[in-house]
Design a protein around this ligand. Structure first.
Ligand code: CTP
Length: 415
């Protein structure tokens, strides 16, 4: 298996400055280290008064850098501020006060963090956090514009209730949104594949309040997006209404109906080296959507249904011709499942089908385990043990990588 650079190979320096939002730095560190990223924290003097350096050192697993000037007898080889700027793949300042924005825009480097920013050879992201009047102050806005002009990045701030009791723009973006942005920027700099995943059920509208849907939770698709991300790939997730948390570090498009999903896939798949259709797409939709709510009554109600386009079948053959990999799922209940899955693989023209039986207690909808079988076009079938959906997702991603490597080496994806 090819060794790929992943988020675990990435280093982020997190600068924490003196906004009350500094307490959220702990959450940011947790989320980034949870993605495998190595985090090194540097705090300004005010930042270290608002948030404990000990807590951040413990959470990041690395010493926190606080001072530019150390007692001479403690000096080691190497110069801290230059290392902090050059070494990481990304420098994140969260929270970023009006002061650090002004210092950076003005070219002032008078402490460890401002010096590290000035010496940085990597992208810098600021997550501003301040009082609304400070944020809206023309000087701050001028500094933000200047920093953007120089190629620096911003996440937030949001509008809302501020710690000072006022309401308006200035609240730091949520740690989840910050970690999401950092992960996506890191992944964009790795040389992974572009992986497109669909997840969840679709909803077919009957009338303004009723929908036709299915019991898919979206867990398998969410785990696939996470596994592909964790393998260092750039992931786009096209999601129906998920009944599970959305993965971070992943570009996401929310859709409802099968038709919307088909349009979103058609738009995104030409760029995707790998497409994994884990969504449980409704096979039928109501022939027409009633403009008004259908009144209830005692008479039997008939709703005519028409078939939806088969998304996989509509894109897989052209993808194979372009050397792009396509993976489908088959839910088959009971005997003869493997034969039906094989027929589906051929009919839809995909490279691999992942077969599941959702009526098994260890492969149920919404659960965290599954027992997949992998069917290939050459007739090969590999049956796995019961495993977590994340482990199954990792298997699928690694098998898709192998199919892609084979196609890129000149082999056809179709045997
Ligand atoms: N699929 C699709 N477009 C559809 C329906 C399904 O792309 N309109 C994809 C699904 O995402 C899945 C695969 O096709 O990857 C298999 O789905 P399907 O043909 O519906 O089969 P099953 O889900 O196994 O169930 P059934 O045959 O009973 O519909």
């Amino acid at each position: 298996m090819a060794s790929r650079r992943t988020l675990a190979d990435c280093r982020v320096t997190l600068g924490v400055t003196g906004s009350i939002a500094a307490y959220k730095a702990a959450d940011i560190v947790r989320r980034l280290t949870g993605l495998g990223v190595q985090v090194r924290v540097v705090m300004t003097r005010s930042g270290a008064r608002l948030m404990s350096p000990h807590a951040l050192a413990t959470l990041s697993g690395s010493p926190v850098a606080l001072r530019m000037w150390r007692p001479a007898e403690l000096l080691q080889a190497g110069i801290d501020h230059l290392d902090l700027g050059r070494e990481p793949d990304l420098l994140l300042v969260a929270p970023a006060t009006a002061n650090i924005l002004g210092k950076t825009a003005g070219g002032i480097a008078d402490d460890l963090l401002s010096t590290a920013i000035m010496a940085a050879a990597c992208p810098v992201i600021f997550a501003p956090a301040m009082n609304v009047r400070m944020w809206e102050n023309p000087v701050t806005q001028r500094n933000v514009a200047a920093l953007r002009e120089l190629g620096h990045h911003f996440v937030g701030p949001e509008a809302g209730d501020l710690a000072c009791g006022e309401t308006g723009a200035g609240r730091m973006a949520q740690p989840e949104a910050i970690a999401d942005r950092v992960a996506r920027m890191l992944l964009a700099r790795l040389d992974g594949l572009r992986v497109l995943v669909t997840a969840g059920p679709t909803e077919e509208e009957i009338d303004p309040v009723r929908v036709l849907t299915n019991r898919s939770s979206g867990v398998m698709g969410a785990r696939l997006a996470e596994a592909a991300r964790d393998r260092g790939h750039r992931v786009t997730l096209i999601a129906g209404p998920l009944r599970c948390p959305h993965p971070i570090g992943v570009e996401r498009f929310d859709v409802a109906s099968a038709e919307e999903m088909a349009r979103a896939v058609a738009e995104a798949e030409p760029r995707a080296d790998v497409l994994v259709m884990a969504a449980a797409v409704a096979d039928y939709r109501p022939a027409r959507r009633e403009a008004a709510k259908i009144p209830s009554g005692s008479a039997a109600l008939q709703i005519p249904l028409v078939p939806n386009t088969d998304i996989l079948a509509s894109v897989a053959p052209a993808r194979a011709a372009r050397g792009q990999v396509t993976v489908g799922f088959a839910l088959e209940i009971g005997d003869g499942g493997e034969e039906r899955a094989r027929a589906k693989l051929r009919a839809k023209g995909v490279d691999m089908i992942v077969l599941n039986d959702p009526t098994r207690s260890d492969s149920a909808f919404g659960g965290e385990t599954t027992q997949p079988s992998f069917l290939y076009r050459d007739g090969r079938i590999e049956r796995a043990e019961v495993m977590t959906k994340y482990a199954a997702a990792m298997e699928i991603v690694e098998r898709a990588e192998a199919l892609r490597d084979h196609a890129a080496a000149g082999g056809r994806t179709h045997g």
